[in-house]
Design a binder for this molecule. Structure first.
Ligand code: NAP
Length: 269
């Protein structure tokens, strides 16, 4: 039987690449996005249904979940929508703080809550979330983005026990730097007192030649959806795998010292 995946943030980047890959593999894809009227590609594919969803809008989450469930059984929910609020906390407004958590964290929580009763009654289902290596390690001038992704880590790990109990899976994809439009959509808040740190950090994350593509991450999502395991975390991208294994091997204090060293040497991650 044809399987179905429900994706948030499918208008671009990892979400769109995942929608295309699953469609190619013969899945029915429910590709949700804030502005379906602007979509020019996914709406042309036979086995893709495009629905509107802003993950900060609780009413719309409920409506779109109902519409999606009326289309037929759903096997996987891919919580992917997100953006990066980067910069200096002192200069970040309360509204920006709230919006970051509303999108990257509460959006995932609320979409998950909307689907749990359905998966529980069905006795199966899988949630996959796009976390980040920034959910496993703290990087400079990204305290709010990292907080939103660290929140997802504890939430997913804790939730895995109750969901596994009723036959539901939960997994998190942890990419390092991925070449998407996230840079253009990020909010970057600077403050003159920290300009030097800001400049060094931006140089540190400047995209190198070996940056992972959205298509490579989509393959990891596909693997997670189909490998039948109950693995929680899929660290992916050479940069994330290297950095995270160094952190596990050397501990978090040595990791922080290493980041400071990279900043002072003006290196790239
Ligand atoms: N790129 C990286 O280096 C990287 C690394 C690790 C993790 N991630 C994570 O990967 C996920 C996807 O990011 P990406 O790199 O593919 O970036 P992207 O190309 O900017 O795509 C982000 C997607 O999220 C959507 N989105 C943002 N706010 C939304 C909201 N309130 N409701 C619904 N959709 C919303 C965007 O929709 P609009 O078109 O409406 O803006 C877009 O479809 C994010 O969770 C991000 O944190 C990215």
């Amino acid at each position: 039987m044809t399987k179905t995946i429900f994706i948030t943030g499918a208008s671009a980047g990892i979400g769109k690449a995942t929608a295309k890959l699953f469609a190619q593999k013969g899945w029915h894809v429910i590709a949700t996005m804030r502005r379906p009227e602007n979509e020019k590609e996914l709406n042309l594919l036979d086995n893709v249904t495009v629905l509107p969803l802003d993950v900060t809008n609780l009413e719309q989450i409920k409506e779109t979940t109902q519409k999606a469930l009326m289309l037929g059984p759903i096997d996987v929910v891919f919580n992917n929508a997100g953006y990066a609020l980067l910069g200096i906390l002192e200069a970040i407004s309360d509204e920006q703080v709230v919006r970051q958590m509303e999108t990257n964290f509460f959006g995932v929580v609320r979409v998950t809550q909307a689907f749990i009763p359905y998966f529980r009654e069905k006795g199966s289902g899988l949630f996959i979330t796009t976390g980040s290596s920034a959910g496993l390690m703290g990087f400079p001038v990204s305290s709010m983005y990292d907080a939103s992704k660290w929140a997802l880590e504890g939430w997913s790990e804790s939730l895995s026990y109750e969901l596994n109990e009723i036959g539901i899976g939960i997994k998190t994809i942890e990419p390092g730097l991925v070449a998407t439009e996230i840079g253009d959509r990020s909010v970057i808040v600077s403050h003159p007192a920290y300009q030097s740190l800001m400049d060094k950090f931006m140089a540190l994350i400047a995209h190198g030649e070996n940056v992972t593509t959205a298509e490579q991450i989509a393959e990891v999502v596909y693997g997670a959806a189909t490998d039948g395991s109950d693995t929680l975390r899929y660290v992916c991208g050479e940069d994330a795998i290297n950095l995270y294994s160094q952190r596990l091997a050397n501990g978090d204090e040595a990791f922080r010292a290493g980041i400071k060293q990279m900043l002072s040497a003006n290196q790239q991650i």
